[in-house]
Write a protein that binds this ligand. Structure first.
Ligand code: AMP
Length: 317
């Protein structure tokens, strides 16, 4: 009983990777406590900077920017940073500047208390969860232009989105000054935009792209999945199925036009879906391609409305 109690407390406060319990039948034997890691929370950038200043020498810092409503996809980014040995700093900030639709911003799920718990359990060291006025003391007037990167897909259908992403990521990179920044392949075009931002501004940071984490039925994990009705959730694996269909058709030698037409037909047969785009593109430049590229270079990307919820997904092969 006492073991169980201590174990639970330990699970809450300790970094699992440092101190994994050894299971021996029903008995849980406790390992020596190596490191206490209650996640340290900040809501101001000044306090976060002050906290990080003495920790910089001798330790790399990994930044995981998020908009909260955390799930296993976010956890995988935290874990990647931990595996790299970084002091892990996550941010939780629903960035109004990247929403081109006010309803979408209002509906965006928020669960800060749960997020803190999940970050702590994942072994995150520090969280920045600032207010909008903390991040934007005045409305930004800066305009970023990502050129070709924002003429297609998310850039075309969400005007101003990547300007907002670029501004907030630049702010976070300046505030945290991490050695590495972790982003998910789930938002592939965002990865390309951040890569360009880092290059254009010479931010001294390494960008790490992490694989998409999926539910058992193939649905890419997303905070927006929480807004799906049970009926819509049951239909949602169709996005991944459509991507696999297109990938299979390309592997059989069909053209990119045929593969895209097949995806369009796939969604048009079900009135619950509204396909916004499907594109076959270079996975780094996001420019449309007419044929399959070298392994790991081709991406199939799509955006679909399922009821009121807009979902995006991609496969890279
Ligand atoms: P978000 O909170 O949606 O802005 O996402 C924060 C970070 O988590 C971004 O870099 C996303 O690409 C990444 N992410 C979101 N969903 C997933 C997922 N299913 N697998 C891996 N990374 C993800």
């Amino acid at each position: 009983m006492i073991y169980l109690k201590i174990y639970k407390i330990r699970q809450f406060f300790l970094t699992p990777q440092y101190n994994l319990p050894k299971k021996d039948g029903d008995h849980v034997s406790l390992q020596p406590i190596i490191k206490l890691t209650p996640v340290i929370r900040f809501d101001t950038t000044a306090a976060l900077r002050q906290h990080l200043a003495p920790l910089r020498s001798g330790q790399s810092i990994g930044l995981v920017p998020t908009m909260g409503a955390l799930h296993e996809g976010h956890r995988s980014l935290i874990e990647a940073a931990r595996r790299a040995g970084d002091l892990v700093v996550a941010s939780v900030f629903v960035n109004p500047a990247q929403f081109n639709n006010p309803d979408d911003l209002a509906r965006y799920p928020r669960s800060l208390d749960d997020d803190y718990q999940m970050l702590e359990a994942a072994g995150c060291d520090v969280v920045l969860a600032p207010s909008v006025t903390e991040v934007y003391p005045e409305p930004p007037t800066l305009r970023l232009n990502f050129g070709e990167l924002e003429t297609a897909m998310e850039g075309a259908f969400r005007p101003g989105h990547f300007n907002g992403v670029g501004i907030v990521v630049a702010k976070l990179l300046n505030i945290v000054q991490p050695h590495r920044a972790y982003f998910g392949q789930k938002d592939l075009q965002q990865v390309a935009v951040v890569r360009k931002l880092i290059s254009d501004f010479s931010f001294p940071v390494e960008l790490v792209r992490c694989s998409t984490v999926r539910e058992a039925d193939g649905l890419a994990m997303s905070s927006r999945n929480r807004n799906l009705t049970p009926e819509e959730r049951a239909l949602a694996p169709a996005l991944h199925e459509a991507l696999i269909l297109a990938q299979d058709l390309l592997a059989e030698g069909q053209s990119t036009a045929q593969a895209k037409a097949a995806v369009t037909g796939f969604f048009s047969s079900n009135p619950n879906f509204r396909l916004e785009y499907v594109e076959i593109a270079n996975a780094d430049t996001l420019q449309p391609v007419g044929e399959v590229l070298a392994p790991g270079q081709t991406a199939i990307c799509l955006a679909v409305y399922l009821g009121k919820v807009r979902l995006i997904d991609n496969v890279v092969f």
